[in-house]
Design a protein around this ligand. Structure first.
Ligand SMILES: [Zn+2]
Length: 260
């Protein structure tokens, strides 16, 4: 990914998506107004931070992307594989529960929040359709990445070979220890391929969310996949990490929009 600065905000962009007719960014925690433990660009509205601080952070994020805040469509993220189609900005409508949002409306900016879970950005330059998905271990077990691609095919007639995908900063295989109950669910979901994404060393078990989600995309025919390889738990100066910070932290934002 490429590091970009706008005023005091710092965000990262996928190299593969930069040359496209697309606006996107995965925002570090720098440049916001929230105090510890959310310091500082917290986008999470349900983590104890003050709503006015979160609103100001959101305003700054949209300003950095030169998009109106009113264009936002976000969801109530529940670690599911539910797909939400954004047929316009969300406006005053209540959040729908879902962890995949898709649109082909250039007037919409898709926004999601993360702290260790994998941000998955999707772009079909032929159909000019975009998607964003949120996949922690449960979203990975539920195969959110797979449902995202299938929904782009169904809703926008996308050819998976055209779809460009980016897997953003999230907890890496070096840090993500999981219990046996998680391994069992990964095995049930991935079958014999599960062993590719689970590593046992020094008496601990590590889950590789990056390889697992890349595999889900590849199985659907997506070939253009850029993996940031940035571990949120390793870099808590830049990213929020639920695991590294004991659950007391904020959420960083990832946003994507088709250029008008
Ligand atoms: Zn790490």
């Amino acid at each position: 990914m490429v590091r970009t600065q706008f005023e005091s905000l710092v965000y990262y962009q996928f190299k593969s998506l930069l040359q496209q007719d697309l606006i996107h960014g995965v925002f570090t925690r720098h440049g916001g107004v929230s105090p510890d433990p959310w310091h500082s660009l917290n986008l999470g509205g349900t983590v104890g931070d003050a709503p006015d601080k979160v609103a100001e952070n959101r305003r700054r994020l949209f300003s950095a992307l030169d998009r109106p805040v009113s264009s936002v469509f976000d969801a109530w993220q529940v670690h599911s594989a539910n797909v939400v189609i954004a047929d316009g900005p969300r406006n005053d409508r209540p959040h729908t529960k879902g962890d995949i949002i898709l649109t082909d409306d250039p007037g919409v900016t898709l926004l999601m929040r993360f702290a260790d879970c994998v941000p998955i950005l999707l772009y079909d330059p032929r159909r000019r359709a975009i998607g964003i998905a949120h996949a922690g271990w449960l979203g990975t077990v539920r195969r959110a990445a797979e449902f995202a691609v299938q929904a782009m095919v169904q809703n926008f007639q996308s050819d998976p070979a055209d779809i460009m995908a980016g897997l953003g900063p999230s907890i890496g295989p070096d840090h993500y220890t999981v219990g046996e109950e998680v391994v069992e669910q990964i095995e049930a979901s991935f079958g014999r391929d599960a062993s590719r994404h689970v590593e046992r060393r020094n008496g601990k078990t590590y889950l590789d969310l990056w390889s697992a989600n890349r595999a889900l995309l590849q199985k659907q025919g997506v070939v253009q996949i850029e993996v940031a390889q940035i571990c949120s738990a390793c870099h808590i100066n830049d990213w929020y990490s639920h695991r590294s910070e004991g659950g007391k932290t904020g959420r960083f934002g990832a946003a994507i929009a088709v250029s008008e």
